[in-house]
Design a binder for this molecule. Structure first.
Ligand code: 5RP
Length: 276
């Protein structure tokens, strides 16, 4: 691995080999997602607890201060919408020149294994790997399931993750599932977990802890953090698991303590009596 590639990977993965990516790319196919209407405001308080942002070029330019940004993983596949015919029918949206111009540390491409657009999306990945490897830029593959959330089992996710790695992805983002060691163990590059739709609070901590203990190298969790009523409590608790080796009980204590603290901070102050 050349110096540039190693350096970019080191900006994404901490010395413990783990990572906390904060994805805010959801609008690229679902429009103004709840709590991402003003993405810059949503992520500002969370950024000190994340290692990188996963974001499109549009939101990056419009909402993220270049002087205060985390390392950026640029989403470079898209072209579909939730109301269109097929979410899997993606193409590459962003040139390698634009990736370099925006000083992205990595790019993210979705693959839709098992769909009508399997070949097209896998070739999107392969072509982006060809372009990015010339410049030492890692490509993160996203094993997308579209609307078919039931696809998230170990057999499918292991298949999709391995294929993505074989095509040259340096990181694979997939979903947590039962028997996650079959997914992580069958993939020669770091595998990280996305969150999906909202899960109850302790459930998020549990699946992240389970995945990490079965070989995941980190998380790329969005909605379960920034759509939470107490996003700071959730991200701090998750960081304790990912980077602090915390168990679920210890992370839960951090979550409850930060939640209580946030409640005190946000409670309306009693109006002071005027001095007579
Ligand atoms: C959207 C994505 C997201 O980055 C990914 O799904 C993680 O976000 P969440 O935890 O909200 O699922 O790739 O296409």
């Amino acid at each position: 691995m050349d110096w540039g590639m190693k350096n970019r990977m080191a900006q994404l993965f901490a010395e413990d080999g783990h990572c906390m990516f904060l994805p805010i790319d959801h609008g690229y196919f679902q429009g103004p997602t709840r709590k991402l209407e003003k993405p810059g405001e949503t992520v500002a308080p969370l950024m000190p607890y994340a290692d990188a942002l996963f974001v499109t070029r549009g939101v990056l330019r419009a909402a993220i201060d270049p002087a205060k940004s985390l390392p950026v993983i640029l989403r470079v596949s898209g072209g579909t919408s939730v109301i269109g015919a097929d979410l899997a029918n993606e193409e590459i949206t962003t040139s390698i020149e634009e990736v370099i111009r925006l000083n992205a540390q990595a790019v993210g491409v979705s693959v839709f294994v098992g769909t009508d657009y399997e070949r097209q999306s896998l070739m999107n990945l392969a072509k982006m790997v060809n372009a990015c490897e010339d410049y030492g830029i890692p490509v993160m593959a996203v094993t997308a399931v579209g609307k078919e959330l039931e696809k998230r089992d170990a057999r499918y996710l292991a298949l999709a993750s391995r294929i993505a790695a074989e095509l040259g992805a340096r990181v694979v983002k997939t979903y947590w599932c039962e028997d996650f060691e079959k997914v992580a163990g069958g993939c020669p590059v770091p595998v990280i977990m996305a969150g999906g739709p909202k899960v109850e609070d302790r459930g998020v901590l549990s699946f992240v802890h389970d995945g990490m203990s079965r070989g995941a190298k980190g998380i790329n969790l969005g909605r379960n953090i920034w759509q939470h009523e107490f996003p700071l409590a959730m991200i701090k608790a998750l960081r304790a698991i990912v980077h602090g080796k915390a168990g679920v009980d210890a992370a839960w204590e951090i979550f409850e303590a930060e939640k209580a603290h946030s409640k005190v901070k946000s409670s309306p102050k009693k109006s002071r009596k005027r001095a007579s």
